[in-house]
Design a protein around this ligand. Structure first.
Ligand code: PMP
Length: 295
């Protein structure tokens, strides 16, 4: 993000004045958590849910950060106002703080470092109408993907691989079961039912994922949170990924790697966004418009 401002310990600073210690544990170990909050028409979208998830991630890592929700929302608002964001995103991060480098937790008086930035991001409306190509890869990440931690190397390597193969996202498989995308959740539709991986340690329980499940349920679209296989994914009637920046992105094409250089490509179902995906996109856009006051 290329904003002019940064949040540092609850306070706005000109971006170039915001600095962290060389022994910040976020920098050395990825020992911290983060959130990305969407902004539509200058309003934070689902900010409370993001703040609550940040609290949960902090709890899982035993990082003590009093009044987390209030501070996260306040910090995000400060950044949105300072940068004059219309449609955009806010990035917020809390690390365990700076301390001499040993793996175990530092002394209790170590102060967590809370930072943030914000920048504009237009909605990808064209791509959402068109659909995307994804690359199927093994899920090489750790076993606590429910924590939104700064340790993102598995995601970084997967997304880079996808980009090199001309794909928008890497979607990941563990022991034959589809888990999620490198930075998104994955849904399929089969015989009118929406299916997504259960919210356990193998995936991040996306705020967008939760919103989609609520939207579907209120519209009597059946939802199952159950594991599904690679074969079920390939045989699905529709599929999409979702996330805070991605919204609801239809998958129309899947690439697989027979070897590092041999890419195989196949259309998902008709190769165009399906009707339930489109319906959910419309419902989600209504929500965005209501929350953001128009977009
Ligand atoms: N899974 C992973 C691994 C992610 O990084 C993200 C995006 N942060 C998501 C799912 C989607 O989560 P959300 O809808 O909360 O952005």
């Amino acid at each position: 993000m290329t904003g002019h401002w940064a949040l540092y310990q609850d306070t706005l600073l000109p971006r170039q004045d915001a600095k962290t210690d060389i022994e910040d544990r976020g920098y050395q170990f990825g020992d911290g958590v983060y959130e990305v909050i969407r902004v539509y028409s200058g309003e934070l979208f689902l900010a409370e849910a993001h703040a609550k998830r940040m609290e949960k991630s902090l709890r899982e890592l035993s990082i003590s950060f009093p009044d987390c929700s209030e501070r996260v929302i306040k910090g995000a608002q400060l950044l949105v106002e300072a940068e004059g964001i219309d449609d955009g995103i806010v990035y917020l991060q809390i690390t365990r703080g700076a301390a001499p480098r040993v793996h175990q937790f530092p002394s209790k008086d170590t102060v967590p470092v809370f930072t943030g930035t914000a920048g504009p991001l237009p909605r990808s409306l064209e791509l959402m109408g068109q659909g995307i190509t994804v690359l199927l890869l093994p899920d090489i990440r750790w076993l606590r993907n429910d924590i939104k931690s700064l340790n993102l190397l598995g995601a970084v390597l997967s997304k880079q691989r996808a980009k090199e193969k001309g794909c928008y996202e890497a979607i990941l498989e563990r022991n034959g079961i589809m888990t999620e995308g490198s930075s998104s959740n994955l849904f399929i539709v089969k015989d009118g039912t929406l299916i997504t991986h259960p919210a356990n340690n193998l995936i991040l329980n996306g705020i967008t994922r939760q919103e989609i499940i609520k939207l579907a349920t209120t519209r009597n679209i059946p939802v199952q949170e159950v594991p599904f296989t690679i074969e079920e994914f390939f045989r699905s009637d529709e599929a999409f990924i979702c996330g805070t920046t991605t919204e609801i992105m239809p998958i129309t094409q899947i690439k697989t790697l027979d070897s590092p250089d041999a890419v195989r490509s196949s259309a998902l179902a008709s190769g165009t966004p399906g009707p339930i995906t489109r319906k959910l996109q419309d419902l989600f856009s209504d929500l965005v418009t209501r929350c953001g006051g128009g977009s």
